[in-house]
Design a protein around this ligand. Structure first.
Ligand code: UD1
Ligand code: CA
Length: 468
């Protein structure tokens, strides 16, 4: 039988001390809520309903962009988790399957636990866990196998606080019985809230079955209530992602300093050296090398491409056998075709380097094409911006660009041409042409000594800086 998932995400998250609603705080580049909704979908939920409230326009905007099929229920006033579930009543009443409830601040929840819970028979199935430090959680009070009640930290007696079995905030319910029980709970407690876990007692009074299921791994069900816990959860998730990559055939050096976001893909036999950041929808092929101190986002690195250390790469495509760095900055729209190379202290933006083209050192290439096997000398700059508009530089194939050439765009250089070092190229250069655009050198033979003498005798005038 199918099941629906209700995610509670209306709370403010006071302990985050933030203008942003808690569930939108990110780990590995994605909001907590993203992970929860994703796990619900992966588990096979027929419908996911998110209860929103505090700054709901922000939460709804996020949901609309990432999960347009998710339903939204509104909790105008945050009167507690029990009240929050009630706000989703229109989506779950008369529903024949189970309803799984998740907290929006439990981002590591895995789809297997959700599935397992939805498949466990019982009117109320509650996922519990043994916590290394149970502080802050609701405690599960048992008599043998039977759960008697759940008590919140703030309402617990010193003895109850010693219990290390906690409520994960994850449950599966028979929806009709849940809604019935929600009508009977009160807010007579330390926080003056309608607690969802209080339905447990009502279920028992009514003779409905309550089944506890223990989570295998506490880290998957940890709640995130402040930024410290956010960092703990991020570390757990980070380790999971890195481990998965390692087991799928990727070598990761210095794994504790490797940050890889959940949508990044990496092919086998690639070598990743920490510290490194791989972000967004970055896709790395097989047999690549990613050097330390690099930060790569939303880019595609094809098989056997190399990113040396200290590269910053965004929105770029590095084709097979191309390479970047060390110390390269590749901005959006950069394309390195096969065997192309950008080297040390080179910045590129909307630069298309065709097969085998090279810019090895100290260069800015923006809004340009660099043709096949063309070599860009050190210090070359495409002057693409005149203060108002961006202009294009088109350089053909097999061109030798002398060091320190300036291309004042728009400008075009034909195939097989040469620009002399130090040239300021303002006019198009035809094919097979040597372009020299620099001041002519004049040699005054034997004049050096007399000039030195003259300079030695020169006295600083009133405007000169004092010699020190
Ligand atoms: C809750 C449980 C606690 C459990 C813990 C697990 C209750 C009363 N307590 O405590 O037993 O051990 O989770 O992590 O349920 N929310 C709303 N509307 C509200 C209040 C909260 O949507 O009126 C949402 C929050 O945004 C959050 C979730 O419900 O995503 C849990 O609320 P939170 O205040 O964090 O509950 P805890 O004190 O952590
Ligand atoms: Ca919480």
């Amino acid at each position: 039988m199918g099941f629906k998932v209700v995610v509670l995400a209306a709370g403010k998250g006071t302990r985050f001390k933030s203008d942003l609603p808690k569930v939108l705080h990110k780990l590995l580049g994605k909001p907590m809520l993203w992970y929860v909704v994703k796990a619900a979908k992966e588990a096979g939920a027929e419908e996911v309903i998110v209860v929103v409230g505090h700054k709901r326009e922000l939460v709804e905007e996020f949901l609309k962009s990432e999960f347009p099929d998710v339903k939204v229920a509104v909790q105008e006033e945050q009167l507690g988790t029990g009240h929050a579930v009630k706000c989703a009543a229109p989506f779950i009443e008369k529903y024949g399957g189970k309803v799984v409830v998740l907290n929006g601040d439990t981002p590591l929840v895995n789809s297997e636990d959700i599935k397992r819970l939805s498949e466990t028979p019982g009117d109320m199935v509650v996922l519990t866990a043994r916590a290394p430090d149970p502080t802050g959680y609701g405690r599960v009070v048992r008599d043998g196998n039977e759960v008697l009640y759940i008590v919140e930290e703030k309402d617990a007696t010193p003895d109850e606080k010693k219990i290390d079995e906690v409520n994960t905030g994850i449950y599966a319910f028979d929806p009709e019985k849940l809604l019935e029980a929600l009508d009977e709970i009160d807010n007579d407690n330390a926080q003056g809230e309608y607690y969802l876990p209080d339905v447990l007692k009502v279920f028992k009074e009514k003779g409905y079955s309550v089944v506890p299921v223990e989570a295998l791994d506490f880290s998957s069900v940890m709640g995130v209530n402040n930024r410290y816990e956010l960092s703990v959860a991020e570390r757990v998730l980070r380790d999971r992602i890195v481990r998965e990559l390692q087991l799928s055939g990727i070598t990761v050096h210095n794994p504790d300093s490797v940050y890889i976001e959940p949508e990044v893909e990496v092919g086998k036999d690639t070598e990743i050296c920490g510290p490194v950041y791989l972000r967004g929808k970055t896709k790395i092929g097989e047999g690549c090398y990613i050097g330390p101190f690099s930060d790569i986002g939303d880019s595609e690195i094809e098989d056997s491409a190399v990113v040396e250390s200290h590269c910053w790469i965004r929105g770029a495509l590095l084709k097979s056998g191309s390479s970047a760095g060390p110390f390269a900055k590749l901005r959006p729209g950069t394309v390195l075709e096969e065997g192309a190379k950008v080297g040390t202290f080179v910045e590129t933006k909307k630069a298309h380097l065709e097969r085998g083209a090279k810019a090895n050192h100290l260069t800015y290439l923006g809004d340009c094409r660099v043709g096949e096997n063309t070599n860009i000398g050190a210090g070359t700059i495409t002057c693409n911006y005149d203060g108002f508009n961006k202009w294009f530089t088109d350089i053909g194939k097999n061109v030798f660009v002398g060091s320190n050439t300036l291309f004042v765009a728009p400008v075009k250089v034909g195939d097989n041409s040469i620009t002399a070092a130090g040239s300021v190229i303002t006019k198009d250069v035809p094919e097979n042409t040597l372009a020299i655009a620099r001041a002519k050198q004049v040699n005054y033979v034997g004049k050096a000594e007399s000039v030195k003498e003259k300079l030695k005798k020169r006295k600083p005038d009133g405007h000169s800086k004092e010699n020190s």
